[in-house]
Design a protein around this ligand. Structure first.
Ligand code: MG
Ligand code: ZN
Length: 202
């Protein structure tokens, strides 16, 4: 059985982008808007070296919402995956939910099984690749990520500048680098050290 770290994408691996038409920070719509966050490549490399399988789990509804074409989303994915490969980082799988309840593209609408907080992709990859969920982690920047992790029985770490209390997160820290430090610290896991998390927030 392998251990995995399930990773959200936007706001964890790459920066969200401010779009004027919605006035909101969102997932990149085009490849030119895609930027990896600082420290991400070395954080992923550390997890990989420690023997964790890397699995991306991302809600990616921009085609469903008419903000990107399917080709634009594939271009973003390909650029990211090529960058990882070029740095020796191999993901076990990339799992995307392309659906959205308010889709303007009919075949991507309605209620699906795979949109986080559904734990669908975690269970699916666990059975497909033999992943021990109890020894695995989810890292995300939204409540839907940590709820997804909790529903699958993995420990969840919430990253980003989080003002609210997240009941599903065992730790809340600033960025992926800090989250990986927690995953890799010896004797981690069973009893989360909230004091340490507070210290790492600065
Ligand atoms: Mg996110
Ligand atoms: Zn879906």
């Amino acid at each position: 059985m392998r251990r995995a770290v399930f990773l959200d994408r936007d706001g964890v691996l790459n920066a969200n982008v401010f779009y004027r038409d919605t006035g909101a920070w969102e997932a990149p719509r085009r490849v030119n808007d895609f930027r990896l966050l600082p420290g991400v490549l070395s954080a992923l490399a550390r997890l990989q070296t420690a023997g964790f399988a890397l699995v991306l789990v991302s809600n990616q509804p921009n085609e469903a919402l008419g903000k990107s074409t399917g080709a634009e989303l594939r271009e973003i994915h390909d650029a990211m995956a090529t960058c990882f490969e070029g740095h020796g980082i191999r993901f076990l799988d990339y799992c995307y939910c392309p659906h959205h309840p308010k889709a303007v593209v009919a075949e991507l609408g309605g209620t699906c099984r795979c949109r986080k907080p559904s734990p669908y992709w975690l269970f699916r990859t666990a059975s497909r690749y033999g992943i021990d969920l109890w020894a695995s982690w989810m890292i995300g920047d939204r409540a839907t990520d940590t709820a997804c992790g909790a529903a699958a029985g993995v420990r969840s770490i919430r990253i980003g500048s989080v003002a609210e209390w997240d009941q599903h997160a065992v730790w809340q820290v600033e960025d992926l680098t800090s989250a990986v430090q927690l995953v890799l610290q010896p004797g981690d896991s069973i009893c989360p050290d909230w004091t340490l998390a507070q210290r790492l927030r600065v």
